[in-house]
Ligand binder design. Structure first.
Ligand code: NAG
Ligand code: NAG
Ligand code: NAG
Ligand code: NAG
Length: 334
């Protein structure tokens, strides 16, 4: 009987999880996001070659992550919160439509062959925490208002052909990781990086910067004009060495703790975990439910629980399970 009970609880859990997943799947993508994504996708050059095959809905496209949000008219919609499209040989450019994804938290397009500028509209993505465009062929200047993205934790523009001065480095109170290595930046490293209190790693190497270039070095505090844990180790003469740093990409990226990137991974992990559980429980419940007996009992218990007449452990056991399932299904909910 104990085994039977166990199975019932699993079945209930599976049913509820499926219902929750279905409820989420039924939500529509916000129409502004949908239109913006369609432009972004086209300009990046995703799926251009196989135009005959039907394109999946945005939230089912690999690398596109959506979360449930309350829309202005008090209904739930899906919003695009992360675009992570790495190493896909994309040869297009980043559309100005990116600025319309107002819930975007992460934009990672590393290891592609993207060209052209970083559109100024990027500064409208106020919730952006991770901007990783490393290893592309982006050129032009970085919009000087980039500092309005105060939530940025990771800014990696390394290994591109970006130029101009670093005046966009004004105010990044949450920045933990900054790499501008191997670009064509000129001018001085602004003193304002002193105010980046959370900076744990930075790399300015391989540019045409003037004057002393700060190099991270923790635990030493010989030069007070930069934050305690940084000192000026390198004094470049303002030009790159003959050694073209592009030949060996990213040699200067020292190992640094990047706790910043752990948050999205956690989501992925818990989602994977849930999928694993679901699969396991599904397999178990399918095997069990081959006999209609189990199902009839299961429904009886559900009915009993709904009527509030659940005896002994019924409701007490599955209410924490419901809670858990919700947590996993809507990681963005607060
Ligand atoms: C709420 O807005 C969405 C689009 O944002 C629309 O599709 C939906 O019909 C609206 N719902 C109501 C009740 O107005
Ligand atoms: C940096 O570049 C911008 C745009 O090119 C320019 O307006 C500004 O004066 C420059 N700042 C410095 C300190 O050179
Ligand atoms: C650069 O380093 C050399 C020794 O490596 C030193 O003599 C010189 O004063 C330094 N220049 C600056 C501007 O710090
Ligand atoms: C190029 O860099 C390597 C290692 O960083 C160094 O051993 C070599 O001497 C450099 N060559 C030139 C021409 O600077």
């Amino acid at each position: 009987m104990a085994v039977l009970h166990h199975k019932h609880h699993h079945s209930i859990f599976v049913l509820l999880s499926l219902l929750l997943l279905l409820a989420d799947a039924r939500l529509n993508l916000d129409c502004t996001d949908a239109r913006a994504f369609s432009a972004i996708q086209k300009d990046l050059g995703i799926g251009g070659k196989r135009s005959s095959s039907p394109t999946p809905p945005p939230c089912s496209t690999p690398g596109v992550f959506c979360e449930r949000r309350l829309s202005p008219n008090s209904t739930y919609v899906l919003r695009i919160t992360r675009l992570v499209i790495k190493s896909r040989r994309l040869t297009g450019f980043l559309s100005p439509a990116i600025g319309r994804l107002s819930e975007l938290k992460e934009l990672s397009l590393t290891n592609n062959q993207l060209v052209d500028q970083v559109p100024a509209q990027i500064v409208k993505c106020k919730k952006l925490e991770i901007l990783d465009l490393a290893n592309n062929q982006l050129s032009g200047e970085i919009p000087s208002e980039l500092s309005s993205l105060v939530r940025l934790r990771v800014l990696d523009l390394s290994n591109n052909e970006l130029s101009g001065n670093l005046s966009f480095l004004r105010h990044f109170p949450n920045l933990e990781r900054l790499s501008l290595a191997n670009n064509l930046f000129t001018g001085k490293v602004p003193k304002s990086i002193r105010s980046f209190r959370n900076l744990q790693f930075f790399d300015f190497s391989g540019n045409f910067l003037e004057g002393p270039v700060p190099v991270i070095s923790r635990g030493e505090s010989s030069r007070p004009q930069y934050p305690k844990r940084y000192i000026l180790k390198e004094n470049t003469t303002g030009t790159k060495s003959n050694n073209d740093s592009r030949a060996n990409k990213n040699p200067a990226l020292a190992p640094a703790p990047a706790p910043s990137s752990s948050a999205p991974h956690k989501h992925k992990k818990s989602r994977r975990k849930l999928a694993g559980w679901l699969l396991g429980f599904l397999a178990g419940s399918v095997a069990g439910s081959l006999s209609g007996f189990v199902f009839s009992l299961f429904f009886k218990i559900v009915l009993a629980a709904l009527r509030g007449g659940g005896r002994d452990v019924g409701p007490a056991i599955f209410s924490p399970l419901i809670k858990k399932a919700e947590d996993f299904s809507f990681p963005g909910k607060r």
